[in-house]
Structure formats: C-alpha cells, structure tokens
Design a protein around this ligand. Sequence first.
Ligand SMILES: [Zn+2]
Ligand SMILES: [Zn+2]
Length: 335
Amino acid sequence: MRAWIVEEQRPIAERPLRFVDLPAPVAEGTQVRIRVVACGLCRTDGHIAEGDLPLHRRPTIPGHQVVGVVDQVGAQVTMHQVGSRVGVAWIGGACGSCRECRSDRENYCPQFQGTGWHLAGGYAEYMAVEERYVYSLGDLAMEDAQAAPLMCPGTTGYAALRMAGVDRGDRLGLFGFGPTAFYVLRMARSLGVEVLVSTRGQARRELAVKEGASWAGSTDRDRIPDGLDAAIVFPAAGSLAERALAAVRPGGVVVSAAIAMPGFEIRDYRSNFWGRDFRTLYNVRPTDAQGVIRQARSIDLAMPVRVIQPEQVQEALQRVLAGDQPELATVVRWP
Ligand SMILES: [Zn+2]
Ligand SMILES: [Zn+2]
C-alpha cells in the first residue's frame, strides 16, 4: 500500500514526511482493517512530524480523521462487518480496565493511545484499528471528504461544548475560529445558544457572522462583551485564557481546547478568576466521536473543505501549519 511516513522528525519546511510503499496491515483478533477513503490533515500531524510531540513508532503513519470502508475483520470482531462505512478518531486505544476506562473517561487512561501517533493512522491506503475505536457512519448523508473532519475537529468540538455546559439562552464566547470552533458554533446555535467570536482574521470573522455569531471581533483590537456564561479557548495563548476568564461571569466556565499552552498569570484573582471553573480538554472519548456523528445526522455540519490528492500531502500539511488557506479543513482522498 502507499503511505506517508515519518521516520526522522524535522521542521515541515525540510519535508519530514516520505511517500513510500509498505505491506498492508492484517486485521487480527478484535481489529478491523479499513480501506481509507478520506483522511483529514490536522495540526497535530504537523506536531508529530516536526517533533513537538515524541515519536512512538518508527516509522509513524500519521492521520486521525479517517473515513473508510471495512475490508477485513479479525476472528473476534463482533461490532463491524466487511463493507461497512466507518470513521476513526484520535483515540485508538486505552487499557480498558483502569478506573477511568471503566467510567467512560478513557480520555484520561494512563495508557491512552493516539491514532496516527502510537498507532498507524490514515495517511495510508489501509489501516488496522481495534473495533471499539471504529464508528459506524452508515447512511450519514455527508460525502466522505466532508465527514472526515468530524473525526477530529468535530469530536473535539463536541467534547469542548459539553464541557462548557451551555444551554438554551446562554451566551458562549469562542476565542479563535478554526474548524473546531466552526463545529462548536453550528452545534451551539442548534441548541439555541448565542455565540460570540473573537479571532484574528477578517475572513474568519465574516464567516462566523455568516454562521450566526451575534458578535465577531478582532482579538487584537476589540474586547469581547463580559458576562458570558462560558467561553472556549482554541489557540495556545495564555493571554487569551486570562481574557476568557475575565469575560465569563462568576459561576461560568472556561474550557481550554489547546493541547499546549504557555504559562499564564492570573493578575486579578477577585475579578478575573474567582467563581469561574477553568477546564481543559484532555484527549477525546469514543462517546464524543459517536456524539458528533449523531449531531451530523440531525444538523448540517458540512464545512468548506479542500480536497487533495495523496501526492500532495506534504505540501498541504505545510499550508495547514502556516494557516494560509481559505478552506477550514484539508482532506486527502485516496482513489
Ligand atoms: Zn486532530
Ligand atoms: Zn485505562
């Protein structure tokens, strides 16, 4: 099979990915083998290629926003059948027996394994995945390339929105407006939640307003209105976390969806922190992936996507990391 691999981590400009031929994996035990049809490119893949995250296998095949078709099942598989249309997200393994795993909190399992990080991912024509971490897409009325980003930004957005705990009539602030925030906005609006967006790019602010945000301001120039019931911070910027805390009312919640964040200081405990809950999203659970798939069956979660050929992955990942593309998501389609 053709696959993009990382063997030596280095800056993306130095082309850390290589396009190679590898033997296709075989589904063993409780694994299913998936013929990958579409895989979204994620900033996290760039962190793995560049070395911001450690390499757990050599070579590593990145990719954790996968849509494909089951084409082989291990002898003990009970949940999926050959021919089923399925998705795979970031969580690809957990111990299954610790206290966290037994209470639907596998995202906190000390033996958490990431798809395309600890495990082979979707930058390849085939991948083998434990069946528990494979989600049925069945007749979901979305094209494969449109459905792929549901598996990472969608799943993350679903988890972040749940953590924010908002309800009809609440006001939710979003700091940053990338693909995850896009999904949050669509899902929050469908709940009857008012959404306010603070982000850098003019085009993204226009998109947020078009999508129903009641306010969209510049992170550099405008101050988001105070008294929010909750806020979600997407970029790895401590100053934004502090600002979000200040904008949320006592009793409100701030969720950080960033996987890295520089240290930040709470300079005014009484008016900027006291009474607020500060929560951080730490990986995702199978129930989050299932949750966003359920949402996509009832509300429109299609977003502007750039579809690329397999040969273009390296160049496209460079653009994803540089943030220089009009589309919110980039997806490789395997022919
Ligand atoms: Zn991702
Ligand atoms: Zn566990």
